[in-house]
Design a protein around this ligand. Structure first.
Ligand code: ATR
Length: 277
């Protein structure tokens, strides 16, 4: 009997990961036969767990918190977008037996915004809150959409300034602290801080969101996050969380592994329907 093609997500913690469900739904929908499991892998066991997984016939891996930077260091051969983001969320076994590292988070976000929600990024004034790994992963794909301007604001100002400088090739990206956001307005505000998950909000001035502006939290939960609630209170045209991004980054990984692009809308709708009371 031949074994099913094996895929997995590694992370710590991993119990609540929606990735196995999403990939099984994709497989069902596209008629692909595969196995996708979740494995709890603490950072110190990452290297041996990856080696064991691929030595045992694994075909592809997703890596999530806190392993994306470790995966970036682990894999020699990376796509350009992974190289830039300094994080790898997808490992794919190549025909020659080598591993390719990719990062599908940024394209997942852009697809969710532009295709699923019809939000044009070109010509928009965009603000990213936070200057950690989550921010780094989305900057290049956002700049590719030619926004009018991109501002990165962070509690530790120096990190935002440095991150912006790394991606600056024409002056449309700048880094700053939250206090200088006063009297500025943005068409799209993306929350890439980890504050929202713990129910905290960065100190944002009123009037920051332009009329008909959109808020998007990269995090998601069963309940609206603190940032999604902030968007609603500030009359955002849409105030969204990152569930769509999660499904889109998974679809991109599925495509890399299987060469087939699953339909994401039915999967997003199903997961959304399950978290509504
Ligand atoms: P990730 O990989 O999820 O981006 P990270 O690299 O630890 O995680 O970055 C977390 C981000 O959330 C940082 O930008 C952090 O700000 P600092 O660089 O000043 O630490 C931001 N963050 C976390 N808690 C915050 C809070 N309560 N208010 C504002 N920003 C916060």
């Amino acid at each position: 009997m031949t074994r099913l093609d094996r895929y997995a997500v590694f992370g710590h913690p991993i119990k609540h990961s929606k990735s196995p469900r999403i990939h099984r739904l994709f497989a069902e929908q596209t008629g692909q036969t595969l196995e996708y499991t979740a494995q709890d892998v603490p950072a110190e066991q990452f290297q041996s767990a990856v080696t064991t997984f691929f030595a045992g016939g694994g075909k592809g891996l997703n890596c999530t918190v806190p392993l994306k930077e470790l995966a970036w260091n682990y894999v020699a051969h990376k796509t350009e977008r992974a190289q830039l983001s300094k994080a790898v969320n997808t490992l794919a076994l190549q025909a020659d037996g080598s591993l390719l590292g990719d990062n599908t988070d940024g394209i997942g976000l852009v697809t969710d915004l532009t295709i699923n929600h019809g939000i044009a990024l070109s010509g928009s004034r965009i603000l990213i809150l936070g200057a950690g790994g989550a921010s780094r992963g989305i900057i290049a794909p956002i700049l590719e959409q030619t926004p009018h301007s991109l501002v990165i604001a962070n509690r530790t100002v120096d990190k935002a300034v440095k991150l912006a400088a790394e991606f600056d090739n024409g002056g449309s990206i700048t880094g700053c602290g939250f206090e200088v956001l006063k009297n500025r307005q943005f068409d799209l505000i993306l929350n890439a801080t980890s504050a929202s998950l713990s129910g905290c909000m960065p100190p944002l001035p009123t009037g920051l969101l332009a009329k008909e502006g959109v808020c998007y939290d990269l995090a998601y939960g069963n309940e609206p996050t603190a940032f999604v609630r902030w968007g609603q209170e500030n009359h955002a045209l849409k105030s969204l969380d990152g569930l769509g991004m999660l499904v889109e980054q998974a679809a991109e990984a599925f495509f890399i592994w299987r060469g087939v692009r699953p339909k994401t809308r039915p999967v997003i709708e199903l997961l959304n329907s399950e978290r509504k009371p």
